[in-house]
Ligand binder design. Structure first.
Ligand code: SF4
Length: 68
């Protein structure tokens, strides 16, 4: 499997927690009212849930980038 990491544009995140509802292992609420990414590395185990969270984010501030 190729290696990927998650990037979050925290400035534009509205803290709606949709990503956390879909994938709570990786996306958790943070003290600033936005979301925290518990790890930016994606494993085979978390790939599908991260993908679903990215698709669910209403303002598209989450992305997956391939690590080269
Ligand atoms: S779904 Fe998007 S906007 Fe909502 S908390 Fe997650 S990253 Fe932020």
């Amino acid at each position: 499997m190729k290696k990927y990491k998650i990037t979050l544009n925290k400035e534009d995140c509205i803290g709606c927690m949709t990503c956390s509802a879909v994938c709570e292992k990786i996306f958790t609420p943070s003290d600033d009212g936005k979301v925290s990414v518990t790890t930016d590395e994606i494993t085979e185990e978390t790939f599908d849930c991260v993908q679903q969270a990215i698709e669910a984010c209403p303002i598209e501030v989450l992305k997956i980038e391939e690590i080269k």
